[in-house]
Design a protein around this ligand. Structure first.
Ligand code: ADP
Ligand code: MG
Length: 498
């Protein structure tokens, strides 16, 4: 899909990328306790005895968290393991009071799957690539340490401790920063459609560990570094760019890459070493004796599958094939689940008001949404979510255009008034007398006057200066205050001019 190469002194290098994305599961309660997961609470206000690791407390799996992870697995066409198990990953950290994290190493809930990413929506031909996903496992999040509150003190907030995460591990299938960016965006879109994670990277609901190595094309994989907790698409791309170039420099000056954990610094756009990377055996993983293996029955799996919405790829194909939208429009309208929902409500309203099948009015609805409404909202500092114009109100406006009651250019004025006043399109058109003139008598009269007033230009036109046709159209429209039916104006002018 892209041929990203780093040009070193010794020749061209290829970059190899694998991402481990941590996605916070959307659920009211934590993975093994009933404590709330809401963002922004007072520190330590949402900590149960289980989350605080009080001796003797027993974890109880939250069915909803498991359900969300299973639904996510289904959405990436992954194998769902009906039998899985939780393991303890042992390490000491001040924000992890248990002294271990409950995770899944040996038997994850979700096995192999994949997602298809599109690098450039404007160029749908040959620009998609399938990225393999190795597994999704479910685990607990840790708490948060704050070191800068007081010069001699550190604070710990355990609100996040025990919140359910899905760790979505990709195969090392990506070969450029752009591919990795497209992968994170697509994954985020899927999670938001499924409703299993809000995808809010600023609030830390989704963050990526970025594994990068370099090699000469065709050679075996090189040693990788892992840059932890990168929290935006742009930072993921910057991390890869910086880290790949750094590795090439090290290798070309005779050094070796060590497997290590690094940190990204958003201010400088660079990464720095944090610690040498542990291997799995360093954590002395073992099955958590407090938890029974998870066994899923068919009814549960069926319910999970039945609850999935139409997913972004299917929706995009339907918009292209059944509704006749361009690949670009279909891509933009399906990239955010909220946009797709808005568009579908608009389309339904427009089709109903015109008593036509959706496929006949879809292009007009898509074009209006993308080139009129979004631009107008943007100017007001608004978006679809807080739009003063509802999908139903938009449908009413589109129907006025579709039925020929108003022209496209008048529709722009009407939209502005709708945004200003909150009134409906029909009411505005009535009140302001904006109805399109489809009475050929009135148009003919206007045309006759304009041709008479511009006899010289009529001569020139007849002598071959055909570009003047536009002038006559413009004058007629002006005389009719923009309300003449443009098709009729064209027909009448053509007839009169011979
Ligand atoms: P760990 O759990 O120790 O981080 P994994 O084997 O699970 O190790 O791999 C973690 C991630 O690293 C995966 O996303 C994988 O695709 C990626 N990865 C593995 N080898 C390489 C490599 N040579 N270059 C880049 N990424 C790699
Ligand atoms: Mg890892």
């Amino acid at each position: 899909m892209s041929n990203y190469r780093i040009h070193g002194a010794t020749g061209e290098w290829e970059v190899v990328i694998g991402l481990e994305v941590h996605a916070q599961v959307t659920s009211n309660a934590k993975l093994f306790s009933g404590a709330s997961t809401e963002f922004g609470a007072e520190p330590n206000a949402q900590v149960s005895l289980v989350d605080a690791a009080m001796p003797g407390m027993l974890p109880v799996p939250n069915r909803e968290c498991i359900r969300q992870a299973v639904r996510t697995g289904m959405a990436i066409n992954a194998q769902i393991n009906k039998w899985s198990r939780f393991d303890r990953k042992n390490y000491f950290y001040a924000d992890l009071p248990q002294g271990y994290q409950i995770s899944q190493l040996y038997h994850p809930l979700v096995g192999e799957g994949s997602i298809e990413v599109t690098l450039d929506e404007k160029d749908p031909e040959g620009s998609t690539k399938t990225i393999g996903i190795e597994r999704i496992h479910v685990e607990q999040d840790a708490g948060k340490l704050m070191h800068d509150q007081h010069p001699t003190m550190s604070y710990v907030d355990l609100n996040r401790s025990g919140v359910a995460l899905m760790e979505i591990v990709s195969r090392p299938d990506m070969r450029s920063p752009a591919e990795a960016g497209a992968y994170v965006r697509k994954l985020r879109t899927i999670l938001r459609y499924v409703g299993s994670c809000d995808g809010n990277m600023e609030e830390g609901s989704m963050r990526a560990d970025v594994n990068v190595s370099v090699r000469k094309p065709g050679e075996p994989f090189g040693t990788r570094t892992e840059t932890k907790n990168v929290n935006s698409v742009r930072f993921v791309m910057q991390t890869i760019e910086y880290e790949a170039n750094r590795q090439v420099d090290v290798l070309e000056s005779g050094g070796a890459i060590v497997q290590e954990t690094r940190l990204f610094d958003p201010d400088s756009g660079t990464t720095r070493s944090m610690r040498s990377k542990e291997d799995a055996h360093d954590y002395r993983y073992f099955p958590d004796p407090d938890l029974l293996p998870l066994e899923l029955d068919d009814a549960f799996l069926e319910e999970c599958r039945a609850s999935l919405p139409e997913l972004p790829d299917a929706k995009r194909h339907r918009y292209e094939n059944a509704l006749g939208l361009s690949a670009y429009n279909a891509g933009v309208l399906t990239a955010e689940v909220e946009t797709a929902r808005w568009f579908e409500a608009l389309l339904a309203a427009s089709a109903k008001a015109q008593d036509k099948p959706e496929s006949e009015v879809a292009k007009a609805a898509a074009n209006w949404l993308m080139s009129e409404l979004l631009g107008a909202l943007n100017k007001l500092g608004k978006n679809l979510e807080n739009s003063p114009v509802s999908p139903d109100a938009g449908g009413e406006l589109l129907a006025l255009v579709g039925k020929g009651t108003i022209s496209g250019s008048i529709a722009k004025q009407v939209l502005e008034k709708m945004l200003e006043t909150g009134d409906g399109a029909t009411a505005i058109v009535e009140r302001e007398g904006l109805k399109q003139e489809s009475d050929s008598g009135a148009i003919e009269a206007a045309v006759a006057k304009i041709l008479a007033d511009n006899a010289d230009k009529v001569e020139q036109y007849k002598a071959g200066k055909e570009a003047l046709f536009g002038f006559f159209v413009g004058q007629t429209m002006k005389a009719m205050q923009g309300k003449a039916n443009p098709q009729l104006v064209n027909e009448i002018l053509k007839a009169k001019l011979g």
